[in-house]
Design a protein around this ligand. Structure first.
Ligand code: UDP
Ligand code: MG
Length: 323
């Protein structure tokens, strides 16, 4: 008798990846054929692409029933797209992979093997990168170091969203409905056993990065402000340091005035103090503002994404996950 196969879902966020899709699907199908011990489904999330991506995806979905498509009503961003994929996944394991072939699909198999050894999270760690600008490499290296020291969770360095997670991690992450999402921090936050799988990050197969500097900065701010309250604490510490320095400075000036023949001109000291304190206060207000803005966004409790149509997805209705 046939024992029931384990299910593995592969989530792929897609934003204007028309030129990558054929090669990606070809390679994913090869992986599926090779891993015939599992029942593998491919879940593509079209994040409001403006090119022919959706047409391609729909024609694949028509041809293969294991290719499923979720299409957003507009561009909601990479993290929202991955979230939608995770929401719809039903597998015992779920893999997340970029559509641009920078993460080799062939690694899903060793990831699954590692997971079967008893790990809940197998994350792809980049041992080298090809075809990325020096800025991107440096920012990726120092950004993760910086974030790890700021946040209360240990976020593995040089790791993107390319990973395989077990059902129980999936369930936990799915319950986290915050608006500003930083999945590569949220998944480690869940805990459980995790292990890296080192790999060589390839060049983008075609097209351009969908993460221009502007989006990268927004992503970095999300990571810092949604994931830690260190900036607030730093503001408090800075305030304390300034108070202590002020008291010491004041005492010193009084000493000069009353016990020596020197004294500091009042105007210079006053203007300097006003300018410095003004700057410090504006920066602190900015930090508080970042948090208030986020509280405001969260308090609206809007859905994280809106689905326009789906293909080959039975059972769940488009927007019924938001609970
Ligand atoms: N992506 C997306 N929505 C966006 C931006 C990107 O779904 O608004 C997808 C994109 O199609 C790709 C993945 O997210 O599959 C990673 O994007 P990209 O490769 O451009 O980022 P990079 O590798 O340059 O950091
Ligand atoms: Mg990429």
């Amino acid at each position: 008798m046939l024992s029931k196969k384990e299910k593995l879902d592969v989530v792929v966020p897609v934003y204007n990846e028309e030129e990558c899709l054929d090669e990606l699907v070809r390679r994913l199908i090869l992986v599926k054929e090779k891993m015939n011990e599992v029942d593998m489904n491919l879940l593509f999330v079209n994040d409001g692409s403006r090119d022919g991506s959706i047409l391609k995806l729909c024609s694949y979905a028509e041809k293969y029933s294991y290719i499923k498509v979720i299409s957003f009503s507009r561009n909601f961003g990479h993290q929202a797209a991955v979230t939608a994929g995770l929401d719809q996944a039903t597998g015992d394991y779920v893999a997340i992979i970029d559509a641009d072939l920078q993460d080799p699909p062939e690694l899903i198999e060793p990831m699954y093997t590692k997971a079967k050894e008893g790990f809940d999270i197998v994350y792809g760690k980049r041992s080298s990168r090809k075809g990325e600008t020096l800025f991107k490499k440096l920012s990726a290296r120092y950004f993760y170091k910086f974030i790890s020291t700021m946040c209360d969770v240990e976020i593995p360095e040089d790791t993107g969203d390319f990973r395989l997670i077990s059902r129980r991690v999936l369930t936990a992450v799915r319950a986290m409905r915050e608006k500003h999402r930083f999945l590569r921090g949220m998944i480690p936050w869940v805990g459980f056993k995790s292990i890296p799988l080192y790999y060589h990050r390839d060049e983008r197969h075609a097209g351009e990065t969908k993460y221009p500097l502007r989006k990268m900065i927004r992503f970095a701010l999300d990571a810092i402000f949604s994931f830690s309250n260190t900036p607030l604490r730093l503001a408090t510490y800075l305030g304390l340091v300034i108070v202590v320095l002020g008291i010491l400075g004041g005492a010193f000036l009084m000493y000069l005035r009353f016990f020596t023949s020197y004294y500091v001109s009042g105007i210079t000291a006053a203007i300097l103090t006003i300018v410095i304190m003004g700057g410090v206060q504006v920066v602190m207000l900015g930090i508080i503002g970042e948090y208030i803005g986020r509280i405001f966004e969260e308090s609206k409790r809007r859905q994280l994404y809106i689905i326009e149509e789906t293909k080959n997805l039975q059972g769940r209705e488009a927007n019924d996950i938001e609970k």
